[in-house]
Design a protein around this ligand. Structure first.
Ligand code: TRP
Length: 363
């Protein structure tokens, strides 16, 4: 099947043109075209293997969205080089991320999953959009301010123009909706402004993308310091769980999870450790907090930690198996990302050609 990208609006417009030109009464196509599914675009950085936080926060939703939308997903290796990368490691991380997304359920029969640097239209569109972006608005991006503090020895121009490339990712496909976390909201807002500015200057060209606000992903906190977000850059490896950790490792990490000095399993302010464990348990089992409280009534923290560890290990097991199988089959992986890059190029090239025409480039 693949992604249905039929541009019904354009078809209808050309039908109108035809009618006007030849004065023909054509059958009403509008009735024959099923409503187009909305298009979702999202990207993820290839920062090594993903944690439970990435999984419950984003990837699990990417998966579900495939049921109701046309989805295009991208591993953004070009964004990754805005901070220093070791080339061999970046290459490995990109392939790992690609394989892991497949293992997590991104379905190439229904969606497109590609590697950003394989599709040249992103960089090309990024240049055009940079001429419709103001220096001042880029300077207001909080992520730029944070990152230039963190990487004070390398405040490169790419770090500054990062949001323009992200806008190009989205606008190159005329995406309707973009699922992003709170940290990327400002970048999406900028993409909307750039799209509107360009449309205003050159005539309607881009779809102005909306943030996808659906079921919010769960925010998973560190198992060791439950007031901070789970991150694989945590110095304490017991603070995070990787999607591809084995069962023993997962259970061990949950057994060591930091809780509090009380004994009641209940979701309440101040009980950050228990709240986090309940969030994770609920995300995997679908149980409400109320149910969890009932089920574990009278049981100790130790029992609960093991129960959470087991649920997580069981749910992640098939993903780990699939991932290991995929990374051992390099040929198959290559086929997937090559084919999908071609698909992505086909879609985005149409948009880029229109953009080139609009700005006045000679065709
Ligand atoms: N900047 C995003 C992040 O760090 C990743 C990203 C790149 C993205 N391009 C995108 C997300 C386009 C959504 C749409 O999380």
């Amino acid at each position: 099947m693949g992604v249905d990208l039929s541009l019904d609006k354009e078809k209808l417009e050309s039908q109108d043109n035809l009618k006007n030109k030849v004065g023909l009464e054509l059958p009403n196509i509008q009735e024959d075209i099923p409503p187009r599914k909305k298009l979702i675009f999202s990207g993820i950085q290839p920062s090594g293997t993903f944690t439970l936080g990435n999984y419950l926060g984003a990837i699990i939703n990417w998966n579900k969205l495939q049921d109701d939308y046309n989805c295009i997903y991208c591993v953004v290796d070009m964004h990754a080089i805005t901070v220093k990368q070791e080339p061999a490691k970046l290459r490995q991380n990109t392939l790992d991320a690609y394989a892991l997304l497949l293992a997590c359920g991104i379905d190439l029969e229904r969606s497109i999953l590609f590697i950003q640097s394989h599709v040249k239209t992103h960089a090309e569109l990024s240049w055009i959009l940079s001429c419709s972006t103001q220096y001042g608005e880029l300077g207001r991006m909080t992520q730029f301010k944070d990152k230039s503090q963190k990487h004070a020895d390398d405040i490169n121009a790419g770090l500054f123009t990062y949001p323009i490339l992200m806008a190009a990712d989205i606008l190159a496909y005329n995406a309707d909706l973009v699922p992003v976390g709170i940290d990327q909201k400002q970048h999406l807002e900028l993409a909307r402004n750039v799209a509107e500015r360009f449309n205003g200057r050159y005539g309607k060209t881009f779809t102005v993308p909306d943030p996808y606000i659906g079921e919010v992903g769960s925010k998973v906190m560190s198992l060791q310091e439950p007031t901070t977000k789970m991150s694989k850059s945590d110095k304490n490896a017991n603070g995070f769980v990787l999607i591809i950790d084995d069962k023993d490792t997962i259970i061990r990490k949950f057994k060591r999870a930091v809780t509090d000095s009380e004994s009641e399993i209940v979701f309440r302010e101040g009980k950050d450790g228990i709240n986090n464990l309940m969030t994770i348990y609920s995300a995997f089992t679908g149980q409400s907090f109320e149910q969890i409280v009932n089920d574990f009534n009278g049981k100790g923290y130790g029992d609960f930690k093991i129960a959470v560890g087991e649920v997580v290990a069981d749910k992640l097991f098939p993903i780990r198996e699939k991932y290991l199988q995929l990374v051992s089959d390099k040929e198959y992986l290559r086929e997937c990302y090559t084919e999908n890059a071609v698909k992505a190029l086909n879609v985005s090239q149409r948009v880029l050609s229109k953009v080139y025409r609009k700005v006045g480039f000679v065709s």
